[in-house]
Structure formats: C-alpha cells, structure tokens
Write a protein that binds this ligand. Sequence first.
Ligand SMILES: Cc1cc2nc3c(=O)[nH]c(=O)nc-3n(C[C@H](O)[C@H](O)[C@H](O)COP(=O)(O)OP(=O)(O)OC[C@H]3O[C@@H](n4cnc5c(N)ncnc54)[C@H](O)[C@@H]3O)c2cc1C
Length: 291
Amino acid sequence: MKPAPFDYRRPATKAEALRLLSDHRDDDAKILAGGQSLVPMMNFRMAQPTVIIDINRLSDLAFVEERGECIAIGALTRHNDVMHHLLVRIHLPLLAMAYENVAHHTIRNRGTIGGNVVHADAASEVPAVLTALDAEFVIESTEGVRVVGADDFFLGVFTTAVETHELLVEIRIPRPNARAGVSFEEVSLRKGDFAIVSVAVEIAADDGQIESARIAIGGVEERALRAEAAEQALVGASLSDDVIQAAAAAQIDAISFFDAPGLSAAYRRDTAKALLERNIRAAAARAGRMN
Ligand SMILES: Cc1cc2nc3c(=O)[nH]c(=O)nc-3n(C[C@H](O)[C@H](O)[C@H](O)COP(=O)(O)OP(=O)(O)OC[C@H]3O[C@@H](n4cnc5c(N)ncnc54)[C@H](O)[C@@H]3O)c2cc1C
C-alpha cells in the first residue's frame, strides 16, 4: 500500500521548521526524521498527515556533547551515531547496551533518537533507559523553549508531551554516579524486534551498601515504568541475593500485568521478575560490590 497524498516541506533551518510547524498547527502536519516508524505507518494508512515537514537538513540537531553534568544528544542524531559515540560508551554505557537490542543496523543507520522517543512505543528500549536515567527533553516552538522530565514526557502509548506545533530538539541525560554498574536485558521474539519485556538498571554501591538504584521496565505498561518499589527496597540495603529477590518481588506485586493476544499476563510477570533479578545482580556485580 502507498501513503495518502500529502504536501512535502523541507526546511533548511530550525527557525524555518518551527515557523512551518506554527503555520500548520491546525493541519495534520508531521515531522519526518528517519522515517523508520512514520513511513510504514503512512504506507499502512495508519497515519495520514496532510503535510510532511522533513527535518533531515537540520544537521545542527545531530550531535552528542558534554554539557556540564549532562550528556546532550541532538534529536536528529541517528541511532548508530549515538550507540557508537565515545561519550555515550564512556558515560552512558546503559544506553549503548540497550541500543544493541534496537532494530537492525540498517534501521539504526537511518532512525533517530528523537523520532524514537516521540514515536513512544511502550516496548521501545530507549524510552526505558531515558526513564531510568532521569533524562530531560528540550522542546521548541515559535512560542519558546520548554524542558520536560521523562516522567512528564512519556504520557502513554504513542503519546508524549510534544504538541503538534512543537519540535523536540535535544535530550539531556545526567551522567551517572562514577561508582555505578549498569545492566540492560530484554526478551523479544527475534533479535532486533521490539521487546516483550525489557529491564534497565543502574546501581551505585559503596562497600556492599547500595547508594542509589535507578531501574525502569519496558513493555509492561502503556509507557516505560520507573521501578520505584524495587529502588526503595534496594537503596540503603546491603547487597545480597535475598535483598535482590525481595526488591524484584516488591516491584512485581506493584504492577497490574495485562493479557495480550498470544501473550499471557502470567508470562509477562514471570519474565519481568526474572529480568529484574538478573539485571540487578549484573549491575551490582559491575559496580564491583556484590557480597
Ligand atoms: C523493522 C523495524 C524494527 C524496529 N525495531 C525497533 C526496536 O527493536 N526498538 C525500537 O526502539 N525501535 C525499533 N524500530 C523503530 C526505529 O527505532 C525508529 O527509527 C524509531 O522509532 C523512529 O525514529 P525515526 O527517526 O525513524 O522517526 P520517524 O519515523 O521519522 O518519526 C516517528 C515519529 O516521531 C515524530 N518526530 C520525529 N522526530 C521528531 C522531532 N525531532 N520532534 C518532534 N517529533 C518528531 C514524527 O513526526 C513521527 O510521529 C524498528 C523499526 C523497524 C522498521
């Protein structure tokens, strides 16, 4: 199938893109970034935008930079450029690790981090990591700039805080505690598919005592879930298998798992519990402080 007819605009500057978004705020306008989610949806006529605003000429939105205590990533940065960037490898290993599971090389060559988070698939790996790491999202329009935390950015299935006249320009991710260990793992039907369940964990420990824990689970609710019950059970405790199992159990009890065609709630619950325990253990071991 081919897409429904649409007008095509290709701004040369961010200012021009913002003006076009403002001019078309009452039309069904859509930004085109890597096109890896939008174009299939248009081909299946699940999306029928009347205007496409192609931002691929806005090369100043493609960057990875150190910004004080944060790593800033431009919205138009391709997945592979994020995944292999030295700053990401050094400071954000959890993101690099998660990217190993995002689609395939050719899709990662074209797809962008901005398109991925605005698409907001509940099973996507990147939103889970950005939720765990307390990322902030910089959103611009002709009316100004606003900065939104992950909890207010991801609102539900395919829904974010970005409004139709707005452009996501940058994602800021705080650098983790230097003593942190990280782990990311998912279960999917095939390598490169979206996750059925994914778990992202960052744990910092000092002499066997857990200082901080940042954990998110993807695929179990309408958006990536911050695993607060597990975090609370871990912080301040001495690392041991009993503590890890109790933390995972506390989190699982706090989630209402849903049945989906071919995928029971019980399967998702058992998978989430196993992944939680395994990833907490692996992150703790990498923090080098497991008793
Ligand atoms: C076969 C296949 C397998 C895949 N597997 C995975 C996977 O395992 N995990 C995963 O996470 N993803 C997966 N994807 C999706 C892939 O990561 C996409 O690249 C990504 O979701 C969308 O990024 P994009 O740059 O292509 O965005 P586009 O498709 O161009 O846009 C997606 C949406 O975001 C909006 N948008 C884009 N950029 C901006 C911006 N800067 N500001 C405001 N709105 C914007 C668009 O208007 C559109 O609504 C897969 C895709 C395919 C085709």
